[in-house]
Design a protein around this ligand. Structure first.
Ligand code: G6P
Length: 614
């Protein structure tokens, strides 16, 4: 939800800012803007994408060794040029970029308006920079102090960076609820700031992540970190482990396609070093640290949003099947406002690719107060959720840039499968032979995913061609394949803007069956398992109404083939791991349909990858 970048140092800032905004565009792409200091404060902004900003700037020679940049996902105020960041203070001497929401902006704006402030946008962010200037003038204090005082008046979430024409050697960043990372450059006095590390990695590996309530002040080449209560902190400098290749397209047309094809590796990276099928070992620090708790667990509550919530649904089956622990899966956004009943012996698992989703973070804060143990399954190292949890496991999928989540989902399912098996082993609810079979099968999954990717592409392309103009799709699955049906439908909606619904196959007869006619494509995931025959009956029900069946089946299946218009085969696997294979053709199907419809696959309209506002 909005990406921010900033630079101060000896070099020209423009290229870093523009390149950085491109890297952060997955966070929002409603408008883009930069401000540079070159004696004067120069602001360039444009409605639309970073490329639109570049086109607007054209051949102009833009100079300045201090600068800030912003790519917006609109919350307050339409996506247009006027509301694009950076926003200036009344005098035009201060500029701010902001990611988050200032919830009390309306009352602040009213007071400031009465004092003569005139606003040029409809945003909450502009109010903040006016407030800072007002405090500076009234209190006759330093800019840092004014920022600190202003932030104490603000309700809401923010990551901000401020540039001042009158203090060109000053750059101030602050965070509460939205991420901000500071990069320590290789030249003296050189610092970078950004919403995540991807814009920075090319320039420096040394970074420090701000905690909530912290302000980073770069002044005359020195970095100081203070809390909003003016307490000085020692920055914890860490080395980035992501590589440049990981955040580039590497020859693929889209990040999404690259990320789909990366799954054999990302799944492997998610279990590498954590399981040993010969020794029947599942090694994760958190499993050892919380062994007693795991043995006596009363309940697991899983929270997440979007695709991560779907991974949570798969985990519900996994934990209940293997570890015999009751599981509830909650939308973080509902959980946080529902006054949920929590016990200290509950385990709360938050699943989040970004580790920054505002609703998931807020739900965790609520759960933490109850004394329950908080566990995170996240992908982005150093993000907010892993930093607030008692324990956790990174998914190690590598950076995911396409807005529609693909490899993060399969990595989440892999890690959750290992966790469920680890819990089962410690609770004595799984036999050694079953555990061995599961671990061996997890080790085989990457090559099976590879096989699916190779074998289904042509078939998927043909199906995509046939149905790319269809207005509706239905996705059906049961058991472990029910969350896959939801995820398949979500992928199609997100990137191709085709209306799609995922349903438990047997629920179809309670409503969605009314939608079936000769035009309706119904994707049924019908792999071999205990309820295969039941799914077959559901397929018959669709067939009887002349629906057009696209089925995902286990290799060698003949019964479904006789009924379906199209079948896509996946190799046989343990039922509990089947989502790792059945998801793949559905990702590819939505990808190809979206491409054929001319949609922007990596940056679908209205969406953002990291949703750091409610
Ligand atoms: C956004 C993204 C989805 C993602 C969801 C949850 O809606 O577009 O792809 O699943 O947020 O994000 P998280 O980072 O918490 O997994």
């Amino acid at each position: 939800m909005c990406g921010i970048v900033a630079y101060i140092g000896p070099k020209q800032a423009y290229n870093f800012l523009i390149q950085g905004l491109k890297r952060l565009e997955y966070r929002g792409y409603d408008s883009a803007g930069i401000a540079l200091l070159d004696g004067d404060m120069k602001v360039y902004k444009e409605h639309g994408k970073v490329q639109d900003l570049i086109d607007t700037i054209g051949e102009q020679n833009i100079e300045g060794t201090r600068g800030i940049g912003h790519t917006r996902w609109a919350t307050h105020g339409e996506p247009n040029q006027k509301n694009a960041h950076p926003h200036l203070s009344g005098s035009g001497d201060l500029a701010v970029i902001h990611n988050g929401i200032i919830e009390n902006y309306a009352s602040l704006k009213e007071v400031l308006s009465l004092r003569g402030h005139v606003f040029n946008s409809d945003t909450d962010s502009e109010v903040l920079i006016h407030l800072i200037e007002e405090i500076c003038a009234n209190e006759k204090c330093s800019l840092f102090e004014a920022v600190r005082l202003a932030l104490s008046e603000v309700v809401g979430a923010y990551a901000i960076v401020i540039l001042s024409k009158n203090d060109p050697d000053l750059l101030i960043g602050a965070r509460k609820g939205s991420p901000l990372v500071v990069g320590i450059g290789n030249s003296p006095g050189e610092y970078y700031m950004a919403s995540d590390a991807t814009p920075i990695v090319e320039y420096t590996r040394k970074v420090t992540y701000l905690d909530d309530g912290e302000i980073a002040l770069v002044s005359n080449g020195e970095l100081t970190i203070k809390t909003i209560d003016n307490i000085q902190k020692t920055p914890y400098i860490q080395n980035l482990s992501i590589t440049l290749e990981a955040i580039e397209k590497g020859g693929y047309d889209h990040f999404m396609l690259k990320e789909i094809y990366e799954q054999p590796k990302s799944i492997h990276d998610s279990f590498r070093g954590r399981i040993d099928s010969n020794l029947l070992k599942i090694e994760m620090r958190s499993l050892n640290e919380f062994e007693n708790k795991i043995k006596n667990l009363r309940r697991i509550i899983i929270i997440g949003c979007g695709t991560s919530w779907h991974a949570g649904l798969v985990a519900e089956y996994l934990f209940e099947d293997f570890a015999r622990i009751p599981v509830e899966v909650e939308y973080a956004s509902e959980f946080r406002y529902r006054n949920p009943i929590l016990y200290p012996d509950d385990l709360i698992i938050a699943i989040s690719q970004s580790g920054e989703t505002a609703d998931t973070l807020a739900a965790l804060e609520l759960a933490k107060k109850s004394g329950a143990t908080i566990f995170g399954v996240c992908n982005v190292v150093g993000s907010s959720i892993p930093r607030m949890t008692d324990a956790g496991a990174y998914t190690h999928a590598g950076p995911e840039i396409g807005v529609a989540s693909t490899k993060a989902f399969t990595a989440q399912v892999t890690v959750l499968a290992i966790l469920a098996l680890g819990f089962a082993q410690r609770r004595g609810t799984i036999s050694d032979s079953k555990l061995r079979a599961m671990l061996q099968e997890i080790e085989r999954i990457p090559s099976k995913v590879e096989k699916v990717l190779k074998s289904c592409e042509q078939n998927v392309l043909e199906i995509a061609e046939k149905y790319c103009d269809t207005p509706n799709f239905l996705y059906l699955g049961r058991g472990y394949n029910f969350p896959v049906a939801l995820e398949g439908a979500l992928k199609l909606k997100e990137i191709s803007y085709i209306h799609a619904e995922g349903y438990p196959a047997a629920e179809m007869k309670h409503g969605p069956i009314a939608l079936i006619d000769t035009e309706m494509p119904v994707v049924v995931i019908a792999t071999q398992n205990d309820i295969y025959e039941k799914v077959l009956s559901n397929i018959q029900e669709v067939k009887a109404r002349k629906g057009r069946i696209i089925a995902i089946v286990t290799e060698g299946d003949s019964k479904v083939k006789d009924l379906a218009e199209h079948t896509i085969e996946i190799p046989e696997t343990e039922d509990a791991l089947v989502p790792l294979l059945t998801t793949i053709p559905l990702q590819l199907l939505s990808y190809h349909i979206a491409v054929m419809r001319g949609c922007n696959v990596d940056q679908p309209r209205n969406l953002a990858k990291s949703v750091t506002v409610e």
